[in-house]
Design a protein around this ligand. Structure first.
Ligand SMILES: Cc1cc2nc3c(=O)[nH]c(=O)nc-3n(C[C@H](O)[C@H](O)[C@H](O)COP(=O)(O)OP(=O)(O)OC[C@H]3O[C@@H](n4cnc5c(N)ncnc54)[C@H](O)[C@@H]3O)c2cc1C
Length: 384
């Protein structure tokens, strides 16, 4: 295993560093965070860097016939690291992960409709699995949203909960059960900007540049051709991409934690108390060491697992270990970083934003408890 990065990767990381530092983006991020708005200016910058197409499969095709860049997980890690270290809201940058499942399960019409949107970085569709009664457990026992066939059409009824990005998307890929055969869970592309659908943003403690929504479907009419994958395959088609999503969740946690860590280290070298930099105090060095060990461990683990992903041997347990370790470690790092920075860390620094934004990494995309269950089951199996 060789972790040296290629010349192209090095150039790309440098291009990102240049773009992120050309102007001080932090006041803009603060404004977007305060006003709960999408960071359009930063998004345009990602578009100019070609980052939206870079990770799409080579077989994918944009409007102008442009193919996807086909870059894998190691490059994705390097991009998230490079963007995260400058305080970019990298939790927004993962939509392209849906493209693999779209290519694998979508009809030609669905692929032609949604794939070009991924190339542009426009939200293609939200993903609606969770409901008030269904979060960790997605099953026909917990899912209440239904689809019903009537007069040659299909009608969706139900309430989806916590749906990311739904304000920016015209469609939601919705998990619903057959009202006539409740064991059948199926995915449908359902329009959300129609009169029978209501969506409403939810209050939350962070992720202010993203919207998370309740969606109510009241007999929303769709067609048979809006089915994704095949009938009854909703859970399988859903869970297939979960491993890579979990790895990307881990990249996201690491990238944000790196920013908090580096800010705290710089601050420890500058802040003078009783005539000396606080970095000379052993108790502050303890914080620095706790953070450094976790940053190093995360980076090594993530490069290793990213390499596994690119070589087709990432296991389900590894994806869960990465998500669990990195989301816990990132939260611990943000806490140490904030402590090193004292009052200024809490009041107005980007570390306070990162502290808020990181908390969700232990919950969404599968909670820490579930990652523990998945990974430990696999580990124990090995020793039977
Ligand atoms: C900001 C945000 C964005 C989200 N985006 C989306 C989205 O775009 N689309 C979507 O479909 N969903 C989304 N979700 C939902 C997210 O996936 C769920 O919140 C998550 O899966 C947990 O479900 P829950 O909140 O219902 O918690 P619950 O499932 O009710 O869990 C509550 C607690 O019980 C624990 N628990 C549950 N089952 C077990 C078990 N078997 N063993 C041990 N412990 C267990 C959990 O770990 C947790 O600690 C989002 C959530 C948030 C907060």
């Amino acid at each position: 295993m060789d972790f040296r990065i290629t010349e192209e990767q090095e150039l790309m990381v440098q291009a990102i560093a240049d773009a992120m530092t050309q102007e001080d983006l932090e006041p803009y991020f603060q404004e977007c965070d305060r006003e709960h708005k999408h960071p359009t200016k930063w998004w345009d910058l990602l578009k100019d860097l070609g980052l939206f197409s870079l990770f799409l499969p080579e077989e994918a095709c944009g409007d102008d016939g442009e193919p996807g860049g086909g870059e894998g997980a190691v490059t994705m890690f390097l991009v998230m690291e490079a963007l995260g270290r400058y305080g970019g809201p990298i939790y927004l940058f993962w939509d392209h992960v849906k493209a693999d499942a779209l290519l694998e399960n979508g009809t030609k019409e669905q692929i032609d409709k949604f794939m070009p949107l991924f190339f542009k970085g426009n939200g293609a569709y939200a993903q609606g699995f969770s409901e008030p009664s269904a979060g960790t457990e997605l099953s026909s026992n917990t899912i209440q949203t239904t689809y019903t066939r009537r007069n040659g059409k299909v009608y969706i009824n139900g309430h989806k909960h916590f749906i990311s990005g739904a304000q920016d998307n015209d469609y939601c890929l919705t998990l619903a059960k057959n009202s006539e055969n409740p064991e059948q869970l199926t995915l449908w592309f359902v329009p959300t900007n129609v009169p029978n659908c209501k969506k409403s943003p939810m209050e939350k403690m962070g992720l202010n540049m993203e919207n998370v929504n309740d969606i109510w479907f009241d007999d929303v009419e769709i067609d048979e051709k809006d089915m994704f994958s095949f009938e009854g395959n909703g859970l399988m088609a859903t869970s297939k991409g979960f491993d890579y999503e979990r790895l990307i969740d881990a990249f996201n946690a690491y990238g944000q934690a790196l920013c908090a860590y580096e800010d705290a280290c710089r601050y420890a070298n500058q802040r003078v108390v009783k005539g000396q930099e606080i970095g000379r105090l052993q108790l502050i060095q303890n914080h620095i060491m706790e953070m450094t060990m976790r940053i190093e461990a995360m980076r090594n683990m993530l490069l290793h697992y990213a390499w596994n992903k690119d070589n087709g041997c990432l296991t389900r347990a590894e994806a869960s270990i990465a998500k669990q370790y990195c989301s816990e470690s990132a939260n611990i790092i943000a806490d140490h970083a904030l402590q090193v920075m004292g009052g200024i860390g809490y009041c107005g620094s980007r570390v306070s934003r990162i502290y808020r934004d990181l908390r969700i990494t232990r919950i969404s995309g599968g909670t820490g408890e579930i990652q523990t269950v998945i990974a430990s089951r696999q580990v124990l199996k090995k020793y039977k």
